[in-house]
Design a protein around this ligand. Structure first.
Ligand SMILES: NC(=O)c1ccc[n+]([C@@H]2O[C@H](COP(=O)([O-])OP(=O)(O)OC[C@H]3O[C@@H](n4cnc5c(N)ncnc54)[C@H](O)[C@@H]3O)[C@@H](O)[C@H]2O)c1
Length: 424
């Protein structure tokens, strides 16, 4: 895309430019070596594949797929695969770099990768999706492997997709290799606690932030945008921990109860009616305004670019816990900082998912599976330590938490690169 041809808001919302803005600031503050910067600014490998698939009506269509490995400096490349009509190579590159930083922030031994297939899953049958997945896997097979690149679900892919990838890879290898993907069904080598992991991670870092400010969980009001895996699980666990979820925002509207919503009942209501709206003991409210309700915690858990330079000044939360990837633009960061909003950045707040993916990979490689208590205990330890690391970095360097998280991540990855040296 030619930058001159796009509006300032489009430019602000471009994921590559958003990631680069944070990278540049963190690298500058760290005084990172120019050469290392050059390495970290570019992906290490990228592959574009064209996927011929016979559709159910007999026609043949060719889909485009990508897999980008940003870095393997700290371990195998790790990152999800998304299916969407608007997937671009630029977006996949940015998301791959994001994974490198996320894995480094929580200090797990992975690099970063991302994949995507340009397709509209809403228009495809399950058998068409299976054929796309298997052929895409076959096309990128040389990239993949438990020691080299380990995909996971992302937008519009799920544990069934991971089962197809695992099976296709295993058929080529002539033996079952369940550690080649994470986010698998439990019976195929998935981990206990993976489904709740990202939401649980959000809860853990939120509780740490409340402790830091001496805030009482029972007087804490939470607004959640997106009631899917992350928002739903975070809401369920937060209400169980005594926080009050006063509003939930979805695509078709928002519901509000100043005394706190009954989250399991809201989930049941959505299952029965297909919507969160018209929930008994709650008021339907305007979804665009709900984001600006006064609250202690705002948890965007839907999509990117929700808080921008156009609306950041209207946020009335004390703490922003970013369940989604990239919900805040770089321009909005400055406004939130001025308003003294304590931001728990995405590469920390939603890293519970990749952390339990790491546990899944470890369990698969050992062929020895942990109970849920062990998974959750180890997740808590990693999230608490990572929160402390980021906040200590922010205090030490006088920067906001996001830049601190990037600095910490860049520092760790750069250290690994320097120790390993450049292979010539
Ligand atoms: N699932 C994970 O483990 C995980 C891990 C890390 C980050 N994330 C990120 O978290 C975000 C949500 O992921 P998820 O897995 O929960 O997805 P999901 O599809 O399960 O849920 C997303 C929900 O958001 C709703 N939504 C979409 N647009 C909205 C809008 N404009 N306003 C309000 N609601 C809207 C959808 O209807 C859906 O219910 C994404 O940014 C994803 O990349 C997910």
């Amino acid at each position: 895309m030619i930058l001159e041809a796009i509006t300032p808001l489009e430019q602000e919302c471009n994921p590559r430019l958003a990631a680069e803005a944070r990278f540049d600031e963190a690298a500058l503050r760290l005084g990172l070596d120019d050469g290392v910067c050059k390495i970290l600014r570019t992906p290490s490998r990228e592959l574009t594949v064209y996927i011929p698939v016979q559709l159910d009506d007999g026609r043949i269509e060719v889909f485009t797929g990508y897999r980008v490995q940003h870095s393997i400096a700290r371990g195998p490349a790790k990152g999800g695969i998304r299916y969407a009509p608007d997937v671009t190579l630029d977006e996949v590159r940015a998301l791959a770099a994001w994974m490198t930083w996320k894995c480094a922030v929580v200090n797990i031994p992975f690099g970063g990768a991302k994949g995507g297939v340009v397709c509209d899953p809403a228009l495809l049958s399950d058998s068409e999706l299976e054929r796309i997945t298997r052929r895409y896997t076959a096309e990128i097979l040389e990239f993949l492997g438990p020691e080299s690149d380990v995909p996971a679900p992302d937008m519009n892919t799920n544990e069934q997709t991971m089962a197809w990838i695992m099976d296709t890879y295993s058929m080529h290898k002539r033996h079952t290799v369940n550690a080649v993907v994470t986010g698998k069904p439990y019976n195929l080598g998935g981990s206990r606690g993976r489904t709740e992991a990202t939401g649980r991670g959000c809860l853990i870092v939120t509780m740490q932030a409340l402790r830091r400010f001496g805030m009482d969980p029972s007087n804490t009001r939470v607004v959640i945008q997106g009631f899917g895996n992350v928002g739903g699980m975070a809401g369920k666990l937060m209400s169980r921990a005594g926080l009050k979820i006063i509003a939930v925002i979805e695509v078709d509207g928002a519901v509000y109860n100043p005394h706190g919503l009954d989250i399991p009942a809201l989930m049941e209501h959505r299952k029965e009616t297909g919507s969160i709206l018209d929930f008994p003991e709650a008021e339907n409210i305007d979804r665009r305004e709900a984001l600006f309700l006064e609250c202690e915690i705002l948890l965007p858990a839907a999509k990117e670019n929700v808080i921008t330079s156009r609306n950041a000044d209207r946020i009335r939360a004390r703490i922003l816990c970013e369940g989604a990837n990239g919900p805040t633009t770089a321009a909005a960061d400055a406004i939130l900082m001025e308003k003294n909003v304590f931001v728990i950045p995405d590469i920390l707040a939603n890293a519970g998912g990749v952390t339990v993916s790491y546990f899944e990979w470890v369990q698969d490689r050992q062929g020895f599976f942990w109970n849920e208590q062990l998974v959750n205990g180890r997740l808590e330890e990693i999230m608490v330590n990572s929160f402390r690391d980021v906040v200590a970095y922010a205090d030490k360097h006088g920067v906001n938490n996001r830049i601190a998280a990037y600095m910490l991540a860049l520092d760790r990855v750069a250290f690994a690169i320097k120790l390993r040296g450049i292979y010539a």
